[in-house]
Design a protein around this ligand. Structure first.
Ligand code: ADP
Ligand code: MG
Length: 329
């Protein structure tokens, strides 16, 4: 339903988006994950027709965002990083204004405004001036604006930035709720957020797509060898002799556990081998009680760090993110 082909964006001589290619399918929550300055906002601004690309194309349900903007844009609701709100309007006035811009039919306009206001829970503040609202409520007003017309695709740029923890939980719940009837694309530089909310993660780094998969597959693909930690009620010699009976062990390390009569062991196991049951039964047969069995997996955190740090250490160019750069969208 969304196809991004060979997208490139230069700001002056700085390449912010570097030949991006991807397809977004219907009915899922996609997460653009990447550190600040990775090119997420630029990509979203191009996908929604706010910004022209230097090269490449974006198709929304088959319509080119540049040559058929009306047809393409009618299927998209966009919440930019800084929603363009009119501070001197009330919430209701603003949403009516957005509905007018989106050419919402008069006959359904007020019912739809009610629906959006209740969905985003803006009822209690609908007659307040936007300038008097907290950041969390303003974010919801922006989200309500994006939802008017109930477009198929909802694109949200860092929707939880600047919100307090309670507001973050509420916005995430709202996003999950939206995914029942919409395709949602959100961006975030926070891994835990993307992992929690998204069905599919696209890691963007220095304008490139460096990974694209489900959170589970990303974790699995990148998984190296697994480490299993054991705490055994027995001597180091007894523990060592049981470990030698186990399959698929690459290496083992026996350590002092700090507990009298107990031994700690760290096992490195070949990739994709789950031998936890084998460990349990082998120790049982040898009548050696296992007090703890824990495996440490490669986490998405590790993957994210690996993908986004290896190049950055090599590539310290001066075009890197400047925290004082107001031009960062
Ligand atoms: P993200 O949203 O992932 O933080 P952006 O798309 O905002 O990243 O920015 C990507 C890169 O392009 C950054 O290095 C940023 O400083 C630069 N950039 C963004 N907007 C502009 C602009 N209007 N003019 C010049 N450089 C920009
Ligand atoms: Mg951004």
């Amino acid at each position: 339903m969304i196809e991004v082909r060979n997208l490139v964006k230069y700001y002056g001589t700085h390449m912010a988006v570097d030949h991006l290619n991807f397809t977004i399918k219907k009915g899922q929550i996609y997460g653009f994950l990447g550190p600040n300055g990775a090119g997420k906002s630029t990509t979203m601004n191009i996908m929604t027709g706010y910004l022209g690309a230097t090269q490449g194309q974006v198709f929304i349900n088959g319509h080119d965002i540049l040559s058929e903007p009306y047809k393409a844009k009618k299927d998209i609701g966009y919440l930019p990083e800084q929603p363009p709100l009119y501070m001197d309007m009330t919430v209701l006035e603003y949403l009516k204004f957005v509905a007018a811009l989106k050419l919402i039919d008069k006959s359904i306009k007020s019912a739809q405004l009610d629906q959006v206001i209740s969905l985003v829970r803006l009822g209690p503040v609908k007659n307040r001036l936007i300038k008097n609202l907290s950041k969390g409520y303003r974010q919801r007003v922006g989200l309500a604006g994006a939802l008017i017309g109930f477009p198929e695709i909802i694109i949200l740029d860092e929707p939880t930035v600047g919100l307090d923890p309670q507001q973050i939980i509420e916005i995430r719940q709202l996003i999950r709720g939206l995914a029942k009837d919409h395709t949602v694309i959100l961006s975030s530089h926070i891994l835990s957020e993307v992992r929690e909310v998204c069905d599919h993660i696209m890691i963007i780094y220095q304008g490139k797509l460096v990974a694209s998969d489900t959170p589970e597959n990303l974790e699995q693909k990148m998984q190296g060898n697994e480490t299993i930690e054991l705490l055994v009620k027995g001597s180091p010699e007894q523990t060592g002799s049981v470990i030698r009976q186990l399959p698929s062990i690459l290496s083992s390390q026996i350590e002092d556990s700090g507990e009298a009569g107990c031994t700690k062991a760290l096992l490195t196991v070949k990739e994709q081998n789950d031998i936890r049951e084998d460990i349990f039964w082998t120790f049982c047969k040898n009548e050696l009680p296992l007090l703890r069995l824990a495996n440490t997996r490669t986490t998405l955190e590790d993957i994210f760090l690996e993908l986004t740090s290896s190049e950055s250490s090599r590539n310290n160019d001066s075009t890197k993110e400047d925290p004082t750069d107001e031009s960062n969208l």
